[in-house]
Design a protein around this ligand. Structure first.
Ligand code: 5GP
Length: 127
């Protein structure tokens, strides 16, 4: 069963301006801001402004305009942070945690963009 969106989640409150954030980029449908507990020298969260919880839901239910805006915002933030490989950047990792197994803490879709250091392997191999 689809999860209900909780309008009191922390990112909904950031979008309403109830909680301050360190904005990197704001577009018509998306907001990018620095993670409060950075795990790399560059750690930015990119979120859609619409009430989506997971990436799969967003990919299937968001409008073309929202998907285009969100995707372009992610690309733009990579350029702004200077982490894109080539042109001086050394690479980055993009993570979208979803649900219990994905250990999603905040129930509003967000993509983590991490860079500025060697990030190690993504996961431990099975066994
Ligand atoms: P998740 O585990 O849901 O993928 O990650 C949630 C992220 O949101 C964590 O990295 C956490 O540090 C970040 N976070 C939680 N609360 C706040 C907040 O109030 N402001 C900001 N900027 N980041 C937050």
């Amino acid at each position: 069963m689809a999860q209900d969106y909780d309008p009191q989640n922390i990112f909904a409150r950031i979008l309403r301006g109830e909680i301050p954030n360190d904005t990197v980029l704001e577009t018509e449908h998306s907001l990018a801001f620095r993670d409060i507990q950075p795990q790399a020298p560059e750690h930015v969260l990119v979120i859609p402004k619409g009430p989506y919880i997971t990436y799969d839901q967003f990919a299937l239910e968001a409008s073309d305009a929202e998907i285009l805006d969100f995707t372009r915002a992610i690309g733009q933030v990579c350029r702004m942070l200077g982490v894109q490989p080539g042109n001086g950047g050394d690479g980055y990792r993009m993570i979208a945690n979803a649900g219990r197994a994905g250990v999603q803490e905040v129930q509003h879709l967000h993509v983590h963009l991490l860079g500025g250091r060697a990030l190690g392997r993504m996961l431990q191999p099975l066994q």
